[in-house]
Design a protein around this ligand. Structure first.
Ligand code: FES
Length: 100
């Protein structure tokens, strides 16, 4: 039997950090930025004291590779494509987790 649990984080940001070889486009291929965005999000959340409210995690392919780097916010259901590191503050603000 599966055990039900309450969600430990209010919001989770899934960041595609998928890498593909052979010339196929992927969010975390060199120069695309998926890994860096995930790490910057984690640092931003920690710096702002938002741990416990929001969590950034790396994810596999979200199936919109050419539009990446892609980010999906659960349970908000909001999707962001073409995310850049400089978009992080705005992203956190839009999903309603920033105190500023
Ligand atoms: S590699 Fe990121 S959506 Fe496919």
């Amino acid at each position: 039997m599966v055990e039900k649990r309450s969600i430990p984080y209010i919001k989770t940001i899934f960041v595609c950090t998928n890498v593909r070889e052979g010339g196929k486009v992927a969010c975390a291929n060199p120069g695309r930025g998926g890994d860096e965005i995930c790490e910057k999000l984690k640092a931003y959340i920690k710096e702002r004291g938002l741990k416990g409210k929001i969590r950034a995690v790396s994810s596999g392919c979200l199936d919109l590779c050419a539009q990446g780097p892609n980010v999906f916010v659960y349970p908000v259901g909001r999707w962001y494509s073409g995310v850049r590191q400089e978009d992080i503050a705005q992203l956190i603000k839009e999903i309603g987790c920033d105190r500023t």
